[in-house]
Design a protein around this ligand. Sequence first.
Ligand code: HEC
Ligand code: HEC
Ligand code: HEC
Ligand code: HEC
Ligand code: HEC
Ligand code: HEC
Ligand code: HEC
Ligand code: HEC
Ligand code: HEC
Length: 449
Amino acid sequence: MAKEDTSEFQANQKIHRTVKLVVTLALLLLFFVVGSKAQKDAARAGGETSSASPTANPSSGKNSCLECHQAMGDQLAAPIAAMAEDIHGKRGLSCANCHGGDPTADDPTQAMNPGKGFVARPKPAEVARFCGKCHSNAETMKRFNPAQRIDQESEYSSSVHGKRIKQGDTKPATCISCHGHHGIRAVSDPQAPVYPLNVAQTCGGCHANTDYMRAYGIPTDQLQKYSQSVHANALLKKRDLSAPTCNDCHGNHGATPPGVGSVSNVCGTCHARQAELFEKSPHQAPFAAAAMAGCVVCHNNHQILLPSDEMLGSGATAVCSTCHTEDAGAQGAQKMRGLIEELNHHIHQTEGLLTQASIAGMEVSRPIFELKEARDKLINARVIVHNFSPNAIETAINQGLEITGKAHQAGQEALNEMQFRRKGLATSLLVILLAIAAIYLKIRQLERH
Ligand code: HEC
Ligand code: HEC
Ligand code: HEC
Ligand code: HEC
Ligand code: HEC
Ligand code: HEC
Ligand code: HEC
Ligand code: HEC
Ligand code: HEC
C-alpha cells in the first residue's frame, strides 16, 4: 500500500511539473506578444503624433530622453519614475510622444530641438492642443481603445474654463490642472484626481480658494455646501457611486453651470420621476417664465439636504411659504401636508397596535406585511408631491389609508380575540378553583366522619 502511494505521489509530481512548465512557457509567449504590440502601438502613436519630428523612431528601441534624464537625476529624472504609474507609460508611450523632439539623438540640442516639435512646457493656452493631438485623433485613440471618447478638447474649448484660457486668462483649469501631467492615472483608478470620490477636492482646489478666485466675484462655497449635501453623504460616506459629484452636474469637460432650463434635466437624469411630475405641474410654466431653475428653487444646488414633510405646507419651515401665503397654492400646500401626516399617523398607530398583539402571541404577520405596502404608498405620495396637485396626493394617500384601515381592523380583532381568550381562561380557572375548593371541603367532611 505504502509503495503504491509513493509511486502515485511521484507520478502526480511529474504531472505537476509538466503543467508548471507549459504555463510558464505560455505566459512568456503572451508577455512577448503583448510587449511587442505595445511597442508597435507606441511607435505608431509617436510617428503620427509628433509629425514635426519625422526622425523620431521609438521602435528602434533608442530613447535618449530616458537615458540622459535618468543620468541627470533629481528633478530631471523624476518624470521617469512617475511614468511607471502613468496610463501613458503603461500603454508604452514615452517622453517624446508628448514632448516631441528626437529620442534617437544623444546631443541634447538635437534631442530637445523645437525644430523637431519639442515642447518643454506648454503655456496654459497650448495645453489642450498638446494633449488633444492624440486625444482628439480618432485614428490614434482607436488603436489603443476603440471605446475611448475623443471629444475632450472640443468640449473643453466650449467650456467656461476653455474660453477664458483662450482669452489669455491663466487661472482657469487646463487638462493638467485636473489630470496632472506625469503620473496621469486612468479615470477608473481610485487614486486618480478625477475618480468620483476625489473630484470635489480637485475642483475645490481652485473653487474653494477665496484668494485664487477673488477676481471673478463668484461664490467660493460650492465645496463646503456640497460636502453637507445628501449627495456627498451618499457618495463619500456610503460609497454610493451613483450619487453625483461636481462633474456629474457640470459635465466632465463642459464646466458650465447648467442653464436654467436644463437644471431639472440634470437632476432628472437620475431623479426621473420627480422631473416628469414637475414638468406636468402648475409650477412648470410660471417657473420657466420667471427663469427659475426648477428643482434648485426648493432644494438648492450644492447644499441639497434631506427632504422632510416640514418642507411642505404653510408653516415657517415650509419652502412653499416663500411664495405662497393665503392663496390657492398655500391652501393646496396645507392640504397636501395634512394628507401626508394623516397617513403617517395612521401607519404609526397601526404599527403600535400590531406590535402589541404580536407580543401577546397573536398571529398578525399578515397585517404586518400588508402595512409595508401602506408605507410604500407614503413614500410614493412624497414623490407625487412634485405634481403639486392636492387631488393627486389625495388619491395616493387614500390608497394607503385603505390598507392601513384593514391592517388596523385586523390588529383590533386580534386584540379582541385575545381579550375573549383571556376572559375564557379566567372563567375556566375560576371554575377549576371552585371545583378544587369543593373537593377539598368534601374530603375534610369525609375525614371528620
Ligand atoms: C543628453 C541629455 C539630454 C537628452 C538626450 C534629453 N534631455 Fe531633456 N533635459 C536635459 C537637461 C540637462 C535639461 C535641463 C536644462 C534645460 O532645460 O535645457 C533638460 C530639460 C528637459 C525638459 C524641461 C525643460 C524645462 O523647461 O524645464 C523637458 C520637458 C525635457 N528635457 C524633455 C526631453 C525629451 C522629451 C527628450 C527626448 C526627446 C530629452 N529631454 C532628451 C538633458 C537631456
Ligand atoms: C502625457 C504627456 C507627457 C509625458 C508622457 C511626459 N511629459 Fe514631461 N511634461 C508634460 C507636461 C504637460 C509638462 C508641463 C507641466 C507644467 O507646465 O506644469 C511636462 C513637464 C516636464 C518637465 C519640467 C519639470 C516638471 O516635471 O514639470 C520635465 C523635465 C519633463 N516634463 C520631462 C519628461 C520626461 C523625461 C518624460 C519621459 C520620462 C516626460 N516628461 C513624459 C507632459 C508629459
Ligand atoms: C475641470 C477638470 C477637467 C479638465 C480641465 C479636463 N478634464 Fe478630463 N476629465 C475630468 C473628469 C472629472 C473626467 C471624468 C471622470 C469620470 O468619468 O468619472 C475626465 C475624463 C477624461 C478622460 C477619460 C474619457 C472621458 O472623456 O471621460 C480623458 C481621456 C480626459 N479626461 C482627457 C482630458 C483632456 C485631453 C483635457 C484637456 C483638453 C481634459 N481632460 C480636461 C476632468 C477634467
Ligand atoms: C501620444 C498620444 C497622447 C498624448 C500626447 C496624450 N495622451 Fe492621454 N492617453 C493616450 C492614450 C493612448 C491613452 C490610453 C487610452 C486607453 O487605453 O483607454 C491615454 C489615456 C489618458 C487618460 C486616461 C483615460 C481613461 O479612460 O482612463 C487621461 C486622463 C489622459 N490620457 C490625459 C491626457 C492629458 C491630460 C494629456 C496632456 C498632458 C495627454 N493625455 C496626452 C494618448 C495620449
Ligand atoms: C485650476 C483651477 C480650477 C480648477 C481645478 C477648476 N476650476 Fe472651474 N473655474 C476656474 C476659474 C478661474 C473659473 C473662471 C470663473 C469665472 O470666469 O467666473 C472657473 C469657472 C468654472 C465654472 C463657471 C462659473 C461661472 O458661472 O462663471 C464652473 C461651473 C466651474 N468652473 C466648475 C468646475 C468644476 C466642476 C471643476 C472640477 C471638475 C473645476 N471647475 C475645476 C478655476 C478652476
Ligand atoms: C447636484 C448637481 C450639482 C453638483 C453636485 C454640483 N453643482 Fe455646481 N451648480 C449646480 C447648479 C444647478 C448650478 C447653477 C445654480 C443656479 O443657476 O441657480 C451650479 C453652479 C455652480 C457654479 C457657479 C457659481 C455658483 O456657485 O453659482 C460653480 C463655480 C459650481 N457650481 C461649481 C461646483 C463645484 C466645484 C462642485 C463640486 C464641489 C459642484 N459645483 C457640484 C449643480 C451642481
Ligand atoms: C448622477 C445622479 C444624480 C444627479 C445628477 C442628482 N442626484 Fe440627487 N440623488 C442621487 C442619489 C444616488 C441620491 C441618494 C439616494 C439615497 O441614498 O437615499 C440622491 C439624493 C437626493 C435627494 C434626497 C432624497 C432622499 O430621499 O434621501 C434629493 C432631494 C436630491 N437627490 C435632489 C437632487 C437635485 C435637486 C438634483 C439636481 C440639482 C439632483 N438630486 C441631482 C443621484 C443624483
Ligand atoms: C418660487 C415660488 C414658489 C414656490 C417656492 C412654490 N410655489 Fe407653488 N406656485 C407658484 C406660482 C407662481 C404658481 C402659479 C400661480 C398661482 O397659482 O399662484 C404656483 C401654483 C401652485 C399651485 C396651484 C394653485 C392653483 O391655482 O390651483 C399649488 C397647489 C402649489 N403652487 C403648491 C405649492 C407647494 C405645495 C409648494 C411647496 C412645496 C409650492 N407651491 C412652492 C410659485 C411657487
Ligand atoms: C416647489 C418646491 C419643489 C420643487 C420645485 C421640487 N421639489 Fe423635490 N421636494 C419638495 C418637497 C416639499 C419634498 C418633501 C416631501 C415630503 O417629504 O413630504 C421634496 C422631496 C424630494 C425628494 C425626496 C422624496 C422623493 O420624492 O422621493 C427628491 C429626490 C426630490 N424632491 C427631488 C426633486 C427634483 C429632482 C426636482 C426637480 C425636478 C424637485 N425635487 C423639485 C419640494 C420641491
